[in-house]
Design a protein around this ligand. Structure first.
Ligand SMILES: [Fe+2]
Length: 232
């Protein structure tokens, strides 16, 4: 889906399993960030870059993905873009290591990274004017699991109930996965109706994420191969 925006170019990419990636570009300088390129998105993203005369400056992998293989390494080998990840990312090919509050600039377009751990220790959300790319820290009507390597339910609670709750309701939320065919939400909508943002207290949330939630999801061992590939 492509949406008109007065200030910058914004394009969402989707693969059939529901992974979502994004291209963000400054219309004046054409400087571009490619966010969470899942393996199958590499070709469509490269095509889009050529078709629109874009200049890839950054590839942002929001976290060490455990459930799908990242295409960031391939994209990096095919462009001059620098790979950006959180400073704690267990990955040897990162060019720019960021921490909470760091800024990248695509011409005049500001891109702010927020450390929002819980689903993964190294997860960063990407703040743009009027939008936030939340990866698996906040999904539409849910949030990413916290029982995988580097996951932590207590950190996830703080991400949802402190970091995200303190951000403006009007921000449009663009997640890293969506299984219901939705493309975006707003933070206000999520604060009101996302069950993962409506737990009574931290203890109850952590208990649910550690004990009940994993039983509803794929067994962890099925995910090991993707994780290994993404940590090289
Ligand atoms: Fe993830």
């Amino acid at each position: 889906m492509e949406r008109a925006h007065p200030d910058y170019l914004f394009k969402q990419f989707r693969v059939p399993r529901g992974c979502l990636g994004y291209i963000v570009a400054d219309p004046v300088t054409r400087l571009t960030a490619l966010v969470d390129p899942e393996l199958e998105m590499v070709e469509p993203m490269v095509d889009y870059v050529f078709e629109h005369g874009l200049r890839p400056a950054y590839i942002i992998d929001t976290h060490t993905h455990a459930d799908h293989v990242s295409g960031a390494h391939i994209l990096k080998s095919r462009t001059v873009a620098k790979l950006v990840m959180h400073r704690e990312a267990p990955c040897g090919t990162v060019d720019v290591r960021v921490e909470d509050g760091d800024m990248l600039h695509l011409g005049d377009l500001p891109v702010k990274l927020l450390h929002t751990p819980g689903h993964a220790k190294d997860l960063v959300s990407v703040m743009l004017p009027s939008r936030i790319l939340t990866a698996d820290a906040l999904l539409i009507g849910s949030c990413g699991r916290t029982d995988l390597l580097n996951g932590n339910a207590t950190r996830q609670y703080h991400t949802l109930y402190h970091t995200y709750r303190s951000l403006p309701d009007g921000l449009e939320v663009y997640p890293g996965h969506d299984y219901q065919g939705r493309t975006s939400s707003t933070l206000g909508e999520e604060k009101k109706s996302n069950p993962k943002m409506l737990f009574e207290d931290e203890e109850e949330f952590v208990r649910y994420m550690d004990l009940e939630n994993p039983k509803k999801l794929d067994p962890v061992e099925h995910l090991a191969e993707a994780l290994k590939a993404n940590m090289k």
